[in-house]
Each structure stands twice: as structure tokens, then as C-alpha cells.
Design a protein around this ligand. Sequence first.
Ligand SMILES: [Fe+2]
Ligand SMILES: [Fe+2]
Length: 474
Amino acid sequence: MPQACAVDLNDQIPNNVGLADDPKVRRALLHWQPKYLEWWQEMGPTDFAPNDIYLRTAVSVDSGGWANYDYVRMPDYRWGIFLSPQRRESLIRAGDLAGQRAWNAVPGEYRTALRRLIVTQADTEPASVEQQRMLGHTAPSLYDLRNLFQVNVEEGRHLWAMVYLLHKFFGRDGRDEGDMLLERRSGDPDKPRILGTFNQPCDNWLSFFCFTMFVDRDGKYQLAALKESAFEPLARSCEFMLTEEAFHLFVGETGLCRIIRRSAELTKLDPNGDARAQGGIDLPLIQRAINYWFSFCLDLFGGEISSNAAEVFANGLKGRFKEDQRYSDHRALDGVYALTTVDNGRLQTREVPLRNAMNEVLRDEYIRDCTRALNKWNRVLAKTGVDFRLSLPSRRFHRHHGIYAGHSFNPAGELIDPDTWNLMHTHWLPTPQDQAYLHEIMQPVYEPGKFANWISPPSRGLGGQPLEFAYVRM
Ligand SMILES: [Fe+2]
Ligand SMILES: [Fe+2]
């Protein structure tokens, strides 16, 4: 049973799960380690393998201790297994068994469901590394390049966290899943990653910042729901992953904010109000990128009406966002959720039993969080004096899963006919011309303290260093 062990940094696999006393699991993970490194060498940002990167490495799990900065070459990064310390009272937080003792082993009846939850989460981690692997060649600064690599190595560590659970608690099946996580490839039609969003290309920095803003934020809410799991080792893994995830969200939210600020400046600067004429990214293109990534992320939360979500909640495998702090009724047996559905070609409101709407409840939290960021960016736009404002599209817009997929909606969420969609979608989503333009302007800037023309510098550096610091030694 994993306790809050001391951090063992000298083990071949740094960990605080007492691997030294768990020879069977340690052996299995040491067998997996070279396969992981092989995957990293094939699918990670390998063109930058020889460079020294100023990275943060987890050296302990207590506050502050995990944020240790130093120059590291990425292949030498100390990927480790860290769980948050065991809570004082480990009680089941949600569902039919709320209040009973949490599990430190996998109950047989939930084995398949838990394995699927862990594998689905795990699969997103290497997928994002694969999606982002060429971005280093077009980085707008050394500061941003370093942030990209920080995100990449930490997604690698998240894979380790999930593979540890698979090896430790799921025997042979778990080890097989661990191997398959290294075999699937983002965007490969023969062996794609499990979730559609993680097969989309992310090959320019506007996409990267949208990815870390919107996709990593989906990750935050999925991890937050898993952090409420009755299966303690999963809950504690996710809790520690969330501390790393916060940085990824910072990269996305501030990265987009810096592009937006620069775009507004260039719009003001140009006599015709054309940011592109100044080599920048025009605000309508930023809006199209937001529409694209936000809508793909909404799909990740699953169906609006879901018996599977109800079951997962009932069995305590997942809880709601901040289940402990926000709710007093942890069974959620009585409530209803007012859901907008499409019935006979019209939008209607229908009441759904709350448990069946748990995906929608989590999606609401996510949308609220994204709205907060949008409001912040719009305050930046207001300050610079441009009239343009950004908005989030409706949750019904451009969906590929759930009850809205198969219907056409405009960004305001109104039903439209397919002809209108065909006519208008190039105004709402990035076009091939947009992509070509982004590739054209995204030339690497590797001089310390310099930033590409299409993005503002951040307000301060990282890890106690100034902006002019050589975050990556080229
Ligand atoms: Fe992650
Ligand atoms: Fe992340």
C-alpha cells in the first residue's frame, strides 16, 4: 500500500511511493523505463536533446520543494513517481458509498472501469508531447521555448504517474496497457490516440497557447474529478499532477494574453487597423482559433446525458469539481439538471436526473473558468483602445460528440441549416490560409531577451531569472 514515503531521488526511478521496498513493481517499471526513453527519443522534442534547458524538476511533494530549477538536458530529466501525502482521513467523497473508508486496493467489481479511466487519462499525456514536438523550431523566444519543454517533460511525468498505477494495481493487464501507451501515436490513422482532440495537429504557437489554455484546462477538470476518487492512489496521483498542471495553464492563459495585447497594439499602430500588415496576428484569427480549440475541448467531457457518468459517480470512481468544499449532499440522488436539447429541430429545455448530467456539471465548471480568462483578455483589449472583443462560442457550436453533434449551430448557439454552416464556417474556424499565414510569421527567435513581433514579452521571467536570461542554451 503506498504511504507517504520519503522522496527517494537516488533510485533509478525517483519516487515517494517506496519503490525500493516493492521489488516486483520496481522491476516492472525498470523494464518499462527504456521503452519510455525510446518513445521520448522518437516522439519527444528530440531536435533539442543536446540543449541545456532551465527546467523545474520535482524533488519533493511538499509546498515549494517540488519546484527546483536547474539546467537539464531533456533526455536526462529525472522522471519520477510522486503522490501527494496520504490524507488524514481517507473517506470516499462521492456517490453511494460517500463517507465510508476509501480504497487502497482496486475492488474487483470496479477494476475494468478504473483501468479505463486511468488509461484514458494516461493516453493524453504522451499524445500532447507528440502533438507539440516540432514547435521548438518556431519558438517566439527562449522564455517560451523553455516553457514548451517544461510542459513536455511534465506531461511525460504524468504518463509515469499513471503507468505506476497500472503496474502496481492492475498486474499483467496494467503492464500491457503501459506498453500500448507507448505504441499509439497522435494523428496516426492506424494507431491513433484514444481521444479525438489529441489527434489534432498543434503545429503553430497560436495553437500551442490555445492548447495549454483550453486542452490542459480540460485536463485540470478531469484530474480534479479523479482527485475525488474513492481509489486513494489515483486521487493522490492526480492531486500532485494538478500542481504541475497549474503551470501549463499559466503558459496558455498568459501566452494568449500576450498575443492579444500585441495584436491590439499592432491594430492601433497600423493606419488601416490591420494587424497583419504589421506582421501580427489579427484579432478575428485569434477568435477563430479560440472557437476551434474550445469546441474540441468541450467534446472531452463526454455526453450530456450519460448513464456511464452516473455509474462512475455512483460508484465513487470520480467526484465533482471540489466535491468536498462545494457540496453537502455527496450522493446527488435527488437533483435534476436543466439541459438544452434539440427536439424536432428546435431547442428545448429538459430536466435530466443530476447523476446522468455529471459530465455537463463538470463542463459548466470548465466553461466558467474559460469565461473568466476571456473577461480578463477583454479588459486588456479595452485598455489598449481597440473596439474588438473576444468571446467563447456556445457549447453547442462545432461539436463532434454528444447531443449537439450532427446539428449545425452558429457561435451564438442558434440552430442553423447545413447550407448556412457551409457558407459561414470559414468565418468561424481557422482556414488553410490562416494556417499558412501563421507558419509564415512564426520564425524562431533564439536571442536571450528578444521576442517575436507577434507577441508581447511577459511581465517577468521565471525561476527567479530576468527576461534576458538564457533559458535555453542554444
Ligand atoms: Fe498532464
Ligand atoms: Fe498539462
